[in-house]
Design a protein around this ligand. Structure first.
Ligand code: KIV
Ligand code: ZN
Length: 502
């Protein structure tokens, strides 16, 4: 069985998704989970791009064991130096990833360089990176729009200089599976020293083909795929890791000689974590990790699944760490059933957090007829949050109705002191946010607000995501409650607390 190397770039290309920004702690939390799910390489960032990025990459390299830690660099000495300084603490498990555009359009308009100049830069950069670490990856940016002969030549020279992985990015998501598969096969046939390096692919999703293109590349000899959790990334995103891995696993008849080392049972948890920390909600119809991915609505389908799951399920929900559909726990469930269910979902909490989570579960079960696994994940996420509680919600009251201006009264606690304020607003949530602002005296700009239902049903938890910016920082808050105004207030306070803590 040949291994497909999973190169995860959630923390680099994923974080480049407009609106996604992660702090150091959040990056570290994701990196630990990436090891848990079994990725081989973590691209932790682009160290030269900012001091913050450098520090996050260094933190990940120093704390995360069990995967190779990679730093991105342009073909410039200062970039390679920064990447190496950030990752060197990972010793033999560090990789420098250098990239340079090879398409005519990029060379002419962006780089303003000729082919020969680009070739020289690439050779010197690989040589320099190789003098720092044995594990060097070279990416021919915009490879799919590059002239074939030039692409073959630059890859060959990069390998000559010691590149151990050569990456073929479909930078603008322009290719289609047949064309991309042929490109990989042509590279195999036309680059004389290709057997000395691993062929990698890095596909973007502008035409919705990132996963299909990556799979076509695997069929034609690529042995590393670059991907992100939930497919987040620049513009329309990158190839989604969970989709790639499950396609290989589910269609072993087609991908017979290959496998990855991903523990697929950790996929759902990883997806939830990335979604919570980036604030990017996973669409319900998203393959593998969307809430509807294993739900059957029509009578014919339900009937089929009840008779034999395989009629409409090509993947067992449990195989991706998804909860089984149906009722899980209710208000009569005890502590033992609660902790046993968490355990079977792969959630481990220290005793004090488990106790708090159980209290929250009981409170929820009183309001909600049935408590699903999705609800349990929401409760647990609340418990494991590390946001400092600078401001705590004590009480809120809202009144709104036809023909009246919505009013809110808010009571918050900070450092043992109670603060109250009232405000009107355009709606009940706006009134609450304005009252909160009066107390905390931070002028925050609401960049995004959305609400999603965690499960179906009239009594479902509403999960509110807010993104605010203040003091030149933008942060996310996310909270779920059966009361959507309460969820809105708590999510806002969580975001404010992140700003206050900074
Ligand atoms: O999309 C791209 O080409 C990249 C490179 C840096 C690999 O992200
Ligand atoms: Zn990319």
């Amino acid at each position: 069985m040949e291994k497909i190397i999973i190169f995860d770039t959630t923390l680099r290309d994923g974080e480049q998704a407009p609106g996604a920004s992660l702090n150091q702690k959040e990056k570290l939390e994701i990196a630990h989970q990436l090891v848990h799910v079994g990725v081989d390489i973590i691209e932790a960032g682009f160290p030269v791009s900012s001091k913050g990025d450098f520090e996050s990459v260094r933190l990940v390299a120093s704390k995360v064991k069990g995967a190779t830690i990679c730093g991105l660099a342009r073909c410039l000495k200062k970039d390679i130096d920064a990447a190496y300084q950030a990752i060197k603490i990972a010793k033999s498990n560090c990789r420098i990833h250098i990239f340079l555009a090879t398409s005519k359009i990029h060379m002419k308009y962006k780089l303003k360089k000729t082919e020969d100049e680009v070739l020289k830069l690439a050779i010197e950069a690989v040589r320099y990176a190789k003098s720092k670490t044995k594990d060097v990856e070279f990416s021919a940016e915009d490879a799919t729009r590059s002239e074939r002969e030039f692409l073959y030549r630059i890859i060959e020279r990069a390998i000559d200089e010691g590149a151990t992985t050569v990456n073929i990015p479909d930078t603008v998501g322009y290719s289609d599976p047949e064309e991309f598969g042929s490109l990989i096969s042509d590279i195999k046939n036309n680059v004389s020293n290709i057997d000395k390096a691993v062929i990698s692919v890095h596909c973007h999703n502008d035409l919705g083909l990132a996963v299909a293109n990556s799979l076509a590349a695997i069929k034609n000899g690529a042995r590393q795929v670059e991907c992100t959790i939930n497919g987040i990334g620049e513009r329309a995103g990158n190839a989604s890791m969970e989709e790639l891995v499950m396609a290989i696993k589910t269609r072993h008849d087609i991908f017979s000689g290959v496998d990855s080392s991903i523990n697929t049972k950790e996929l759902y948890k990883t997806s939830r974590l990335v979604s919570r920390l980036t604030g990017f909600v996973v669409a319900p119809n998203k393959a593998i990790v969307g809430l509807n991915a294993f739900r059957h609505e029509s009578g014919i389908h339900q009937d089929g699944v009840l008779k034999e799951k395989q009629t409409y399920e090509i993947i067992k929900p449990q195989d991706v760490g998804f909860m089984e559909s149906g009722i899980v726990l209710g208000k009569h469930s005890g502590r033992h059933a609660f902790s046993a269910r968490l355990q079977s979902l792969g959630v481990k909490l220290p005793q004090n957090k488990l106790d708090n989570a159980f209290e929250k579960f009981k409170a929820l079960a009183d309001k909600k007829k049935t408590v699903y696994d999705e609800d349990l994940f929401s409760i647990v996420e609340e418990e494991i949050k590390v946001t400092p509680k600078v401001w705590q919600l004590i009480e809120f009251k809202v009144s709104s109705g036809t023909g009246m201006a919505p009013q809110a009264a808010i009571k918050l606690k900070s450092k043992g002191k109670i603060h109250t304020a009232i405000s009107s607003g355009d709606g009940p949530v706006d009134a609450c946010y304005k009252a909160i602002e009066k107390i905390i005296r931070i002028k925050a700009k609401l960049l995004d607000y959305h609400i999603d239902s965690v499960t179906s049903g009239k009594d479902a938890l509403g999960e509110v995501n807010v993104k605010i910016s203040a003091k030149n920082k933008s942060v996310i808050g996310r909270t779920a409650s059966t009361d959507i105004i309460e969820a809105s207030v708590k999510a806002y306070i969580e975001a404010i607390n992140k700003i206050a803590a900074k």
